[in-house]
Design a protein around this ligand. Structure first.
Ligand SMILES: [Mn+2]
Length: 242
């Protein structure tokens, strides 16, 4: 059985690593390595000049990975920005939202991570807390200062959810690098994991096409080897869907 191509939606930044600043389309290496470890072939899909061209590129992919990144512009869930909002890029959001809708229409399996969870939820009509303090003012620490592979907080997973079945457990420690979280779930999505401070940590679609986690499993393949199952599950779904 040949390996499926997993499209990873690109982010943008100005790289200042060289002698002059350079506009850059990029994805963290950890996502590509995790897709490879899960049995897929990663393909970077940068934010295109026209959304149509970007969707054409996505049509080459059997699975789609939405990685982490900046905050989702609150205009896309009908709110004005509060002082707690972080860095935004509405043009990136527009492409990613179109990509999620395209994936649903074409039944392409999706794995969303961190911003990817938040963006997919918004794309399907859901909303976010612009900062988790709005959800629970006594929230735990969700923006860790440890290295990215540190297992920071415990996530409790709903029994009989797809996530529990994939990870083979109803409780797992994860890293945490977010200050926003899901509020209203989007169409067809259900929250299936939380920390004990009631912050949603995972969502999944009723039809099994979309799996979303709020932590960064791609950074945990050494410190929590069970996390590779999230990527091999995406690969398995991609093979089944094509
Ligand atoms: Mn968290």
């Amino acid at each position: 059985m040949s390996k499926p191509i997993i499209g990873i939606l690109g982010a943008r930044m100005v790289s200042t690593a060289g002698p002059v600043p350079v506009q850059t389309d990029y994805v963290n290496r950890a996502y590509c390595a995790a897709v490879e470890k899960g049995g897929g072939i990663p393909l970077l899909v940068p934010v295109p000049s026209t959304i149509e061209d970007g969707l054409e590129a996505l049509s080459l992919c059997q699975g789609i990975l939405l990685p982490g990144g900046i905050d989702v512009d609150p205009r896309f869930y009908g709110e004005d920005p509060l002082p707690v909002i972080g860095v935004l890029d509405a043009e990136v959001d527009r492409f990613w939202i179109a990509a999620v809708k395209f994936a649903v229409e074409k039944k392409i399996p999706v794995l969303g991570i961190c911003r990817g969870l938040q963006l997919a939820n918004v794309a399907l009509g859901g909303s976010l807390y612009q900062d988790i303090a709005q959800k629970n003012k006594d929230h735990f620490l969700h923006t860790q200062r440890q290295n990215r592979d540190y297992l920071m907080h415990q996530v409790l997973i709903q029994k009989e959810s797809r996530l529990a079945s994939i990870l083979g457990t109803e409780s797992i420690y994860t890293n945490t690098m977010h200050h926003q979280c899901a509020k209203e779930p989007g169409q067809g999505l259900t929250v299936t994991a939380w920390t004990r401070d009631q912050i949603p940590e995972a969502m999944e679609s009723d039809d099994g096409q979309i799996l979303l986690v709020q932590w960064h499993p791609e950074e945990l393949l050494e410190s929590e080897p069970r996390m590779v199952a999230l990527f091999s599950d995406l690969v398995k779904r991609a093979l089944a869907a094509r």
